[in-house]
Design a protein around this ligand. Structure first.
Ligand SMILES: [Zn+2]
Length: 341
């Protein structure tokens, strides 16, 4: 293991979100609603507002680098991988407008990384509804030093195996850019408006939808060098793999139409973060996906994240010391293509 940037790195958090302190009024700029703006901002917190309604209240550690660095010191997190908040993807908007939002966010994240090169690595966002524009911005992300891209689990309800996205996968593979797949626009949201169900039930299902689409669609087969990671431990996917394989074996006429490789062959061919909130689920994840496929991810600074990033891995009495090291940083370096830097 080579030390990163000349230092021994002990803990890399691959799943964290950040937002600029000041967001332009994109709705006013582009002439239509739906873009996130901030309201009721104090030094401690602010409301994210969409269509004039509060989406959520965020704390200052979402935008303040000072608070973030203090938290990192408290949590003993050496490096955070910064990514946009999925509600900022804006795939629904006019693609040229989404490109402008993406460029604003990507420049901001790249700038944070340049200011604190030993603390932050960055992922960008792209106007995925227009793959041609997305690829152009992907190339620019590479130039400004971002390590990869965060995308949603569906793009305006197109699944991630869709042919439209193949040129993007090819470009990401050629450019050596990592991909982080995060649930958003959860399926069934309109039927689950109580009890925070879109986040508790919809998100894991949404992530499983992305994994299965990509397996059955042959994405991992056709782009074998892509380094893909899924949020929240791969959602419900690791827990339904037996059912997915059974479906593949019993109904190849439905499941094996684009890829005739058994889904279990892809276990270990992609990464997931460690955010599963239970020791038993983490142990299961290690058994099913292998210890080289799981990386610390906390969803900092949001309330459904791990309060003390890495605690579940570090405090486990069942996980071997070397495996802990893999989960806490070695696998993150592999996913980010930084082995040997
Ligand atoms: Zn997240």
């Amino acid at each position: 293991m080579q030390p990163l940037f000349g230092e021994i790195v002990l803990k890399i958090d691959t799943h964290t979100h950040i937002i600029p302190e000041n967001i332009p009024n994109f709705s006013k700029k582009f002439g239509y609603e739906g873009f996130v703006s901030m309201a009721n901002k104090t030094s401690e917190k602010a409301d994210m507002v969409i269509f004039g309604e509060k989406f959520r209240t965020i704390k200052c550690n979402c935008w303040s680098t000072k608070s973030r660095l203090l938290d990192m010191r408290k949590h003993k997190t050496d490096i955070q991988v910064l990514s946009p908040i999925p509600v900022m993807f804006c795939y629904w908007a006019k693609a040229t407008d989404t490109l402008k939002v993406s460029q604003f966010l990507n420049d901001f994240i790249a700038n944070e990384c340049q200011k604190h090169p030993k603390k932050f690595l960055g992922l960008g966002t792209l106007p995925m509804q227009n793959p041609e524009l997305a690829i152009r911005e992907l190339e620019r992300c590479k130039e400004i030093g971002l390590k990869g891209i965060e995308i949603g689990t569906n793009i305006n309800n197109k699944n991630l195996d869709h042919m439209d996205f193949h040129p993007f996968y090819q470009a990401a593979q050629d450019l050596n850019m990592s991909i982080f797949i995060h649930p958003w626009e959860m399926m069934g949201m309109s039927q689950m408006n109580k009890y925070w169900l879109p986040w508790l039930v919809g998100m894991p299902a949404e992530t499983s939808r992305a994994v299965c689409s990509m397996i059955f669609g042959g994405i991992f087969k056709d782009f074998p060098n892509l380094r893909i990671a899924f949020a929240h431990g791969g959602g419900s996917f690791p827990h339904i793999i037996g059912r997915v394989e059974k479906g593949f074996l019993e109904r190849p006429d439905l499941c094996a139409i684009d890829n005739n490789v058994n889904p279990i062959e892809y276990l270990g061919k992609f990464y997931v973060d460690s955010l599963v909130h239970s020791q038993e689920a983490l142990d299961y994840l290690i058994r099913i996906l292998g210890s080289k496929s799981i990386m610390l991810g906390s969803d900092y600074p949001f309330p459904l994240g791990e309060d003390h990033p890495g605690d579940m891995i570090e405090s486990s009495s069942k996980i071997d010391k070397n495996i802990k090291k893999d989960l806490l940083y070695t696998n993150a370096l592999s996913w980010l293509g930084l082995n040997g830097v």
